[in-house]
Design a protein around this ligand. Structure first.
Ligand code: URA
Length: 435
């Protein structure tokens, strides 16, 4: 087999065989196929696409390029959830304890943030001492005992994706549905849970610009999941503005804790209740969405969901007193109120721009090797649809440095106002249970 023939075949719009896809992934991982040829193939896939069979074969080749977690020693049903990423997306921090408090088992592997989106690991590491690397044995024991664990992906899981994603990032081939779907699903399948819930975001802070694109991606991933015999469902949700109010690691953790105390922002609480309900249904712990929502609400009202977060924190070496008293979490030196210069209804609140502004404060990484500052970020006080008077506080900026003029200018450009009332858009566009 010659790799150039495989590139030519895809370039001219033909479907690849299972053997050709396996040859590509194996050759790339073992170093016999160079980056420049794989870049050309990714670009050909970007333009020509792949059919369902090719996507399933690609996902399979990626999945078995490394280790696959064996969670069979965890008793009962394991439910996993994945978000395609966004600004202010701290869902796992509140959702996983809620589901665990209702009897679900959540053996979660998460990633770090890069660019304008934050990573769950970075957020939970705002707690001193919390460690995210653990042996498989301890991970399994923890989930059996307290139903919940949150660790980082091991290096040995899906090595093909580590190489491919880094290459796609610098060759403008990230936003291709077959490549995104196989990348995400290979990692989810390797993580070993029984069911998968996908939160596929659309909007300017997301990979997919429109709800239709997000739905096409979601359905492709559902078909992959079903191909591998996993109950896979999806939510399509809006990422044109940040989720909740907080952007930045410790600030987002505080918001997740507030949500577990019943004091979270409405949009974020709704998302957690909806996502949690689907996960409880997938785990056969509820028969209807309403019944599931009642159970989840009770886990908030009774404090049992917050207790799960504390139990996980204690198990993983974290300082539980920082959950009990969030003022003990990292705090920025200054909190600066940003005030509105005009009057009107907030028409748009650009998620991408706010994510980038938080990154410039130190909350995120531009390169993988950058270190992050857990204390800094943005807490929004006005969101899309809100009426704002001149001088009202739009947001509080938590910073360790004086803000420079260009940062302040960019902040104001993240908001667009309208004179007339703007309808608030629903956060969750759709729930998809089959493709
Ligand atoms: N997230 C992933 O894990 N992979 C992609 O290709 C895009 C988003």
């Amino acid at each position: 087999m010659r790799f150039v023939d495989i590139i030519e075949k895809k370039k001219t719009g033909h479907a690849l065989t299972k053997a050709e896809i396996a040859y590509w992934i194996n050759g790339y991982v073992n170093g016999t196929i160079p980056d420049y040829q794989v870049s050309a193939l990714c670009m050909a896939i970007y333009f020509q696409g792949m059919d369902d069979q090719e996507i399933a074969w690609l996902c399979e080749a990626m999945l078995y390029s490394g280790d696959v977690m064996d969670l069979s020693k965890i008793n009962g049903h394991k439910a996993d959830k994945h978000s395609t990423g966004g600004v202010g997306d701290k869902t796992s921090l509140a959702l996983a304890p809620m589901v665990a408090a209702c009897g679900g088992k959540v053996a979660k592997m998460s990633g770090r943030g890069l660019g304008h989106t934050g990573g769950t690991l970075d957020k939970i590491e705002s707690i001193s001492g919390f460690h995210v690397s653990q042996s498989e044995e301890k991970f399994v024991r923890q989930v059996n005992e307290i139903h919940l664990a949150l660790i980082g992906q091991t290096q040995s899981l899906v090595p093909a994706d580590k190489l491919l994603y880094a290459l796609r990032d610098v060759t403008a081939t990230v936003n291709s549905i077959p490549l995104i779907a196989s990348s995400i699903m290979s990692k989810k399948l390797a993580a070993g849970s029984d069911t998968i819930l996908l939160d596929v975001k659309f909007g300017e802070g997301a990979f997919m610009p429109t709800p239709q694109d997000a739905e096409a991606l979601a359905k492709t991933m559902i078909r992959i999941g079903r191909h591998f015999g996993k109950d896979t469902r999806a939510m399509i949700s809006d990422m044109n503005q940040p989720l909740g109010n907080a952007i930045g690691n410790a600030l987002e953790l505080k918001e997740a804790i507030a949500t577990l105390q019943g004091k979270g922002p409405e949009d974020f609480t709704t998302l957690c209740l909806e996502a949690g309900s689907i996960m409880l249904m997938q785990s056969e712990l509820a028969d209807t969405m309403d019944q599931a929502k009642t159970l989840l609400q009770k886990s908030i009202d009774s404090g049992s969901a917050l207790d799960k977060l504390k139990a996980m924190c204690a198990y993983q070496g974290g300082d539980v007193t920082q959950i009990e008293d969030v003022s003990r979490l990292p705090q920025a030196k200054q909190v600066v109120a940003m005030r509105a210069k005009t009057e009107g209804y907030v028409k748009e609140l650009h998620a991408l721009q706010l994510g980038n502004l938080a990154m410039r404060l130190g909350a995120g990484r531009q390169k993988k090797t950058d270190t992050i500052d857990h204390s800094v970020g943005i807490v929004l006080n006005k969101k899309a649809g809100d009426l704002v008077h001149q001088g009202d506080v739009l947001a509080y900026i938590h910073t360790n440095h004086d803000l420079d003029e260009s940062w302040i200018q960019d902040f104001h450009q993240a908001y667009a106002f309208a004179a007339k009332k703007v309808e608030k858009k629903p956060l969750i566009e759709k729930i998809i249970e089959s493709s």
